[in-house]
Design a protein around this ligand. Structure first.
Ligand SMILES: [Zn+2]
Length: 233
């Protein structure tokens, strides 16, 4: 059976003499692995359609073990993102996170559109660290494990003025529920995270957040991701 879809190339690893095994986030089939025969030959028919961080139209069919890529043509190559090293680094980190967090073969249009819209906007924003934070938060939410920011993630009661972030509980916890190792945070940080979740990509650059808040939020979300990945292994 032949399949046709649009996909974002998340990872490519060398296989045999001239083939590549690609991990692709597709619009219609979720995250899939495809083998592209002869992709590393200089005269490969796939050309730049299989470059990392490229949205391509893909035609593939089910082989015996792996899905075999038959055709690929570029839909969007994110030139604005790739033009500047710092943006490119942020984008590579973004697709690495998608690669580790998104399960295989679970099509989800929300997640696909989040990457499509987010990466397109990355080419135009001036605040890269803020973009990366928004992406991380929105991706976690789209995958169903956004941090709980409204009530205590442990007891469910209204949050106390003193707050902690608890990766084990999946969000903010109150004074009674916090444990050693949780990070004390200001209420302002919780507000900022909620604001980021509520804002569109187009308006994101208008937000002004202190750099140390962005750095701290990144660290807390990384702890949350780490906790989640350990619990699913
Ligand atoms: Zn509590």
């Amino acid at each position: 059976m032949i399949h046709k879809t649009v996909g974002l190339i998340l990872r490519a690893i060398d296989y045999r003499e001239s083939d590549s095994i690609l991990t692709v986030l597709t619009r219609d089939y979720g995250k899939v692995s495809l083998i592209a025969k002869g992709a590393r030959r200089t005269d490969s028919k796939f050309t730049a359609a299989l470059d990392l961080l490229t949205f391509s139209e893909l035609v593939f069919y089910e082989g015996e073990n792996l899905k075999l890529l038959k055709e690929a043509s570029i839909v969007e190559n994110l030139r604005e993102v790739k033009r500047e090293y710092e943006r490119l680094e942020v984008a590579i980190e973004a697709i690495r996170l998608a690669h580790v967090l998104i399960e295989d073969d679970h099509p989800d249009l929300n997640v696909f559109e989040l990457l499509r819209g987010g990466l397109a906007q990355l080419g135009h924003v001036s605040q890269h660290a803020l973009w990366a934070l928004a992406y991380k938060l929105k991706l976690l939410r789209a995958l169903g494990f956004a941090p709980r920011l409204g009530q205590c993630a442990s007891c469910g009661r209204n949050l106390t003025p003193e707050l902690w972030f608890s990766p084990a509980n999946g969000g903010l916890v109150c004074q009674e529920c916090h444990r050693a190792g949780d990070t004390r945070v200001e209420a302002k940080l919780a507000q900022e995270l909620r604001m980021i979740l509520g804002i569109s990509w187009e308006k994101l650059d208008r937000l002004v957040l202190p750099a140390q808040d962005i750095t701290l939020a990144h660290r807390l979300l990384d702890e949350l991701v780490g906790y989640h990945l350990r619990s699913v292994q």
